[in-house]
Design a protein around this ligand. Structure first.
Ligand SMILES: [Mg+2]
Length: 259
């Protein structure tokens, strides 16, 4: 048969005509209020703090002063319960004109210690969802900020560590941190989906790097983690009602991004 005959051509390789195949993504998971409850503990501590200072100031004034102190101290103390405790003590000294008693200081220390000692309470459907994503071949990183020891203990107590390639406890979740982590793990931003409850820490910096982000709001959000406006990144930013919706989104993205 002459070579010019089309019937003599070998069939095109199957791969060229097949629909695009899913390619596994690397998924980053925030921990506090994404995998387990956290903000509810801080909200409860804030209420006790208001009650403790109720004879000096109304709750709104106390809350405003505490938030201002926390923001001022963030660069020095970082995030977490220990920084909160020190800021609560500092605020109490300020708001009482230095008259806070040692028993009140003891109560303030207990607020922080109660947060640190509280057992880990997983959010609904978390272990099953992580197992399903792992079974689908996706690599998963845990990326969390806060007190190092507290976070390490919660990761251990959660029983979720085996799902993750690595657990990264960082002092700030900004563009520089995510860029460093992606480089370290050899992940291209466009193959990375970050999942978390904080627009400021989990979503905005990853979108800025060209990555994908899934926002799963938690009923409570610390003021500092809010953004005035939702980020705009069509096709790269998603809002989910629950972590249960994540496997379907990831499956869809794995096909689209693998095309
Ligand atoms: Mg969080």
């Amino acid at each position: 048969m002459p070579e010019s005959s089309s019937s003599a051509l070998p069939p095109a390789p199957a791969v060229a005509t097949r629909p695009s195949q899913p390619a596994p993504l690397t998924l980053g998971f925030d921990a506090d209020d994404t995998l387990w409850h956290n903000e509810t503990l801080f909200a409860s501590a804030h209420q006790k703090f208001h009650a403790l200072l109720a004879s000096h100031h109304d709750p709104a004034t106390v809350e405003r002063a505490l938030y201002a102190t926390e923001l001022r101290n963030l660069p020095l103390y970082g995030y977490g319960a220990k920084g909160f405790t020190l800021s609560a003590i500092e605020t109490a000294i300020e708001l009482t004109g230095g008259r806070v008693s040692s028993s009140e200081l003891h109560a303030l220390l207990a607020l922080g210690r109660d947060i640190l000692a509280h057992p880990v309470e997983l959010l609904e459907a978390v272990p099953d969802t992580l197992a399903a994503l792992g079974a689908a071949g996706h690599r998963m990183l845990l990326i969390t900020k806060g007190d190092l020891r507290h976070q390490e203990r919660k990761i251990e107590a959660s029983g979720l560590a085996p799902h993750f390639l690595a657990a990264e406890v960082v002092s700030e979740k900004d563009e520089a941190t995510y860029a460093r982590l992606l480089r370290r793990h050899g992940v291209a931003p466009e193959r990375f989906l970050m999942v978390g409850n904080s627009l400021r820490s989990d979503i905005a910096p990853v979108l800025a790097l060209g990555g994908l982000a899934a926002h799963i709001p938690y009923p409570l959000t610390w003021e500092h983690e809010k953004l005035a406006e939702l980020p705009s990144a069509p096709g790269r930013f998603f809002t989910l009602g629950s972590i249960r919706e994540l496997p379907a989104l990831v499956a869809r993205l794995a096909v689209a991004e693998g095309a």
